[in-house]
Design a protein around this ligand. Sequence first.
Ligand code: NAP
Length: 266
Amino acid sequence: MIKVVVVGAGGRMGRVVSRAVWQAEDMVLAGAVDVRGEGQDVGLLWGGSEVGITLQRDLEEVLHRVAPHVMVDFTTPDAVADNVKKALRNGVRAVVGTTGMSGAELEEIRALAEKQRVGCVVAPNFALGAVLLIRFAAEAAKFFPHVEIIELHHDQKLDAPSGTALKTAEVVAAARGDFRQGLPAEVEKIPGARGACFDGGIRLHSVRLPGLVAHQEVIFGGLGQTLTIRHDSLSRESFVPGVLLAIRRVMELEGLVYGLDKLVFE
Ligand code: NAP
């Protein structure tokens, strides 16, 4: 049985993930951490009955007391790196869904995971459809190098653009090679009208509205035609199979793996 502690367990994703861990036959939900709601039973947070696991504030204390195999983090961009470092330093593997970590933080985590010889999976999107979208986008970019990315999320999301949009832009930029799109003489009448500008002029647009979950469109423009690839996470359940896969696979890993694609396709 894989002993799992979920951090951010009181949040939108944390609730869904801790319930999924609780229900998985090969896992035990050994602890739940959140900065809010200390003492609340997580079963009640899922809208079910009590399960005897209550939210705790102090991650370090929980890691020492429970000695889990894996810590899963769905918290906030400013909290995640510290949480992951605490886990790795205590010899606990980490599965990280929280987005918005800086490149420097990611490199620090890579080095720490290697030094500690502990597995760590960081994935900006655990939905299989999103991973496939990124793969298809890389393929299409070889033939249609003019690309714009529109990501759409619920209005409580803290970081923009989304980790998935950034990863898509990275992959598209690499696939189309030395290419620059856009008009140098273009004028924005309102700053930001054309979205954020990634390498080679790829534009990223972030929509935030209540009612949305997590969606992305990649639009390719060519002579007399466009190609649109779209993925919709209609509920947070869409992330669960990817998270459970990462928990199982991180048990055999050493060092950092970035992106669910590395676990699915390689
Ligand atoms: P959320 O509802 O705000 O949940 C985050 C929870 O973590 C909140 O309860 C928050 O408390 C808590 N928290 C903040 N700092 C903490 C700390 N130091 N220790 C413990 N708990 C802490 O957010 P969400 O919608 O669940 O999203 C969480 C993250 O997952 C975001 O970065 C989001 O982009 C990402 N995400 C990733 C995927 C993926 O597939 N990789 C999918 C969906 C979402 P407060 O409210 O008091 O701050």
